[in-house]
Design a protein around this ligand. Structure first.
Ligand code: NAD
Length: 276
């Protein structure tokens, strides 16, 4: 299939609009040049269903756009969907977005292997941009982690420590896994073979070459990640600190704009940012 021409105004649908990220995505879509917020959905049973998106999401004006739990009619007339919801919901959205041939930007984290396989199947027909973190800083740092891991031999232990707010449901975070994949790629190994997380009790010594993950949960922390390379007598610590969720939302809008003239496939933020 050939690439499509990009529309002059990008009509986007935000699914899961009542969520921490859903609200930010609506704000980013309204603020962005060349983008129109064309629809908003939330989960079945949400108290926001039927309310106007402009009023319910705090924009202070009536958008004439009731929040619905039926994405299908919205997808049929939109160019892109921004989706930071749950793994099950994002897989269902991917199947509908593929039928409608619209760009699907997925920020949701915590997919299992079967769900990832379903996303890959949808990407044979649709343009999907999926990333566990949509910020410029994290994607730049992932490229640095890969280079540092390639430069240091396996006597340097790699540990990834992440901190998030108390509501986060998956661990390690999607961002921590991105850094783990980057370190593993730098070393030329598969992450699934060296991944180690959740140490507790008499664990024995650290296996050589392991990439370790530790997750801290508490308060309202937006997201902090340290990638530690621990050697003999010295340590290198690469850190990213997110203080505002808008960095992820603006990244998602940028991805939707980037995807407009791309053919079907599963892309990441490294493609969007020219870092791949
Ligand atoms: P949240 O719980 O505040 O929001 C999730 C939203 O999804 C809720 O509004 C819920 O009603 C909605 N939802 C659930 N099922 C739905 C369905 N079937 N249809 C429509 N809406 C549905 O969570 P959050 O903090 O906003 O995070 C959402 C996801 O985004 C998580 O997986 C999180 O890890 C991820 N996240 C990714 C990035 C990134 O840059 N990629 C950044 C932050 C968060």
């Amino acid at each position: 299939m050939t690439d499509r021409p990009a529309p002059t105004t990008l009509h986007v649908v935000v699914v899961g609009c009542s969520g921490r990220m859903g609200r930010m995505l609506c704000r980013a879509a309204v603020d962005a040049d060349g983008v129109l917020l064309a629809g908003a959905t939330d989960r079945p049973g949400s108290p926001l269903l039927g309310q106007d998106a402009g009023v319910a999401l705090g924009f202070g004006i009536d958008f004439g756009m009731p929040i619905t739990d039926d994405p299908l009619p919205l997808f049929a007339s939109a160019h892109a969907v921004l989706d930071f919801t749950t793994p099950a919901a994002s897989v269902a959205h991917a199947e509908l977005a593929a039928q409608a041939r619209i760009v699907h930007v997925i920020g949701t984290t915590g997919f299992d292997d079967a769900q990832r396989a379903r996303l890959a199947a949808c990407a044979r027909h649709a343009t999907i941009i999926e990333a566990g973190n949509m910020s410029l800083g994290v994607n730049l740092l992932a490229a640095v982690v890969r280079r540092v891991a390639a430069a240091l031999d396996a006597t340097w232990d790699v540990e990834i420590v992440e901190t998030h707010h108390r509501h986060k449901v998956d661990a390690p975070s999607g961002t921590a896994l991105m850094f783990g994949e980057a370190a593993a790629a730098g070393r030329g190994v598969a992450l699934r073979e060296v991944r180690q997380s959740g140490r507790d009790g008499n664990t024995g010594p650290r296996p050589p070459g392991a990439i370790g993950f530790s997750a801290i949960r508490g308060g309202d922390v937006v997201g902090e990640h340290d990638v530690i390379f621990a050697g003999e007598g010295e340590r290198v610590v690469l850190r990213h600190v997110a203080t505002d969720r808008m960095i992820f939302a603006r990244g998602a809008v940028k991805a939707a704009l980037w995807g407009q003239d791309k053919g079907p496939g599963l892309y990441g933020m490294a493609n969007v940012l020219g870092l791949a």
